[in-house]
Design a protein around this ligand. Structure first.
Ligand SMILES: Cc1cc2nc3c(=O)[nH]c(=O)nc-3n(C[C@H](O)[C@H](O)[C@H](O)COP(=O)(O)OP(=O)(O)OC[C@H]3O[C@@H](n4cnc5c(N)ncnc54)[C@H](O)[C@@H]3O)c2cc1C
Length: 484
């Protein structure tokens, strides 16, 4: 029997575990799911309870499984929720769906006699074993043998920006983690959000509700909020195939920018359709770029791509426009130069910025600064215990630009020599540098299916020494009880 371990209890872990359960036969594998400290299912994005935090993908395309893209809308309508397929619904509703799907798949698997344990522990290490498999250690010192391991741990914990001084980091006025802010002792009058992407928008919406009198400022290098979705998707771009051909023919970002811009300006073309039409090919296009071109994209074009690709629902865009018209929200295009404690004021920070195109630096005071600069994916610098151990011991590596883990298109982690490791895969945001697009549910569920289909067959191809089979049961005697 194969021993499989999935690490991470968010939507990606749920998709992989669900796929294994849907496909598995009794006696084929023993699946252990290490979900970390949170209840399995929701992860970071869908743990919010705020009704104003909306999905940025239409309900019709948010099913958890690749062969059931409409699963969420079907579930929502069966519950009698007032949802149509084109709607952007609260992420909290989606979290309810994830929990319900998991409960359904787990109980069906139990009835069919599949072996599953769900443990509320953090994995702290993954090491190769001498039997062609892995040993996964937990923070509590337990060890589990595995033939195959899947990492689904989301992004890395937020790390404060280098421009933030120690004193500012230690104060109550700086929140490095955009999902968990310290609530200041008194309502802040000036809130600064670092970043203008989707995470920053979440923070701005919440701050504007919590503190209706606060002045909000969001700062990023280009000062661009995400573009907005249309009420309904436009017609597909008629020349999409020739656009793709042109991009594939010359994998250089300057050329791509020219081609994509021209297509977006094509008479009769809806620019959103041009961008959306690239989505299915984004991973292959990214992989066709050399390292220097990837770096160029990251430096010069990422902000433009992100604001066009990760769009806001109209309700959210309208809300931000209202805040700006009321003068409550300012968007600033500037480089952060430093964030320090304000002289003599323990809970006040001084933010120094250089506005885009200006020579001089200006500074202003803030009662709360929320860092919402996007996912942390730097595996070389992280203090995430598991990734630290795996990178330090050479079990996993950063991709060439340190934008996550080095992996192939099917999530196989690569050895230092670039050869895929046997039986060790990953999916989700940490594949940014390897495939670029793997944070949204559509890409996550596609890779979850690939892994669940391929991994058991891959493991069957390697014969195990007979002695290696007994160690699982020896260690299994020390397992903590399952949470489900
Ligand atoms: C604010 C926000 C909104 C989003 N909205 C959308 C949307 O509308 N549509 C869409 O398609 N995508 C959206 N996304 C993208 C989102 O990243 C994915 O949809 C999905 O939620 C990612 O899930 P994940 O499991 O990869 O990561 P996470 O949700 O981060 O889950 C990872 C889990 O792994 C656990 N973990 C970490 N380390 C360990 C360890 N060592 N051992 C055990 N467990 C560990 C963590 O505690 C966490 O529970 C959004 C993302 C964010 C942040």
């Amino acid at each position: 029997m194969q021993r499989l371990i999935v690490i991470g209890g968010g939507a990606a872990g749920s998709a992989v575990v669900g796929e294994f359960l849907r496909r598995g036969q009794p006696g084929e594998f023993e699946l252990t799911w290490l979900v970390g400290r949170q209840a399995p299912g929701r992860g970071v994005a869908y743990s919010t309870t705020a009704e104003h935090h909306l999905l940025n993908v239409r309900a019709a395309n948010m099913g958890l499984f690749a062969d059931d893209a409409g699963g969420f809308i079907a579930y929502a309508q069966a519950q009698g929720w007032p949802v149509k397929g084109l709607d952007f619904v609260p992420r909290a509703w989606y979290g309810n769906y994830l929990e319900a799907v998991l409960a359904r798949e787990i109980s069906a698997a139990r009835v069919r006699g599949l072996a599953l344990r769900v443990l509320s522990v953090d994995a702290a290490s993954v090491r190769g074993s001498d039997a062609n498999g892995y040993v996964v250690g937990t923070a509590e010192g337990e060890e589990f043998d595995a033939d195959g391991v899947v990492l689904a741990i989301g992004a890395l914990p937020a790390a404060p920006l280098a421009e933030v001084t120690e004193a500012a980091r230690g104060s109550h006025a700086y929140a490095a983690d955009p999902w968990h802010w310290p609530l200041p002792r008194k309502a802040p009058e000036r809130v600064v959000v670092l970043g203008t992407g989707l995470t920053a928008v979440d923070a701005l919406q919440s701050a504007s509700r919590l503190w209706p009198n606060a002045q909000l400022t969001a700062i990023s290098r280009h000062g661009q909020l995400p573009r907005q979705h249309n009420a309904a998707p436009g017609q597909p771009y008629e020349h999409q195939a020739s656009l793709l051909e042109a991009l594939r023919a010359q994998p250089r970002v300057a050329h791509w920018l020219r081609e994509i811009r021209a297509a977006m300006q094509d008479e009769g073309a809806e620019w959103r359709s041009v961008i959306d039409g690239l989505r299915a090919e984004t991973q292959a296009l990214w992989r066709s770029l050399g390292v220097n071109e990837r770096a160029r994209f990251q430096r010069h074009l990422r902000w433009l791509w992100e604001s066009a690709r990760h769009r806001l629902p109209q309700q959210t865009a309208n809300e931000l426009a209202r805040l700006r018209t009321q003068g409550r929200l300012k968007i600033l295009a500037a480089h952060i130069r430093s964030i320090d404690q304000h002289a003599g004021e323990r809970d006040q920070l001084e933010v120094r910025v250089q506005p885009r195109g200006a020579e001089s630096v200006r500074s202003f005071a803030a009662d709360l600064v929320i860092q919402a600069t996007g996912f942390n994916i730097s595996v070389n610098a992280t203090d995430h215990a598991l990734i630290r151990q795996m990178v330090d011991e050479g079990v996993a590596h950063a991709d060439a630009l340190d934008l996550g883990l080095a992996a192939d298109a099917d999530g196989r982690l690569l050895r230092a020599d670039g050869v895929p490791r046997h039986g060790l895969r990953s999916l989700g945001t940490l594949l940014r540098g390897s495939v670029w697009e793997c944070s949204g549910l559509p890409e996550i569920r596609a890779l979850a299916k690939t892994i669940a289909c391929e991994l058991p067959a891959e493991l069957r191809r390697v014969a195990k020494p007979a002695h290696s089979r007994s160690s699982a049961s020896t260690r299994a005697a020390t397992f903590t009880p399952a949470v489900i």
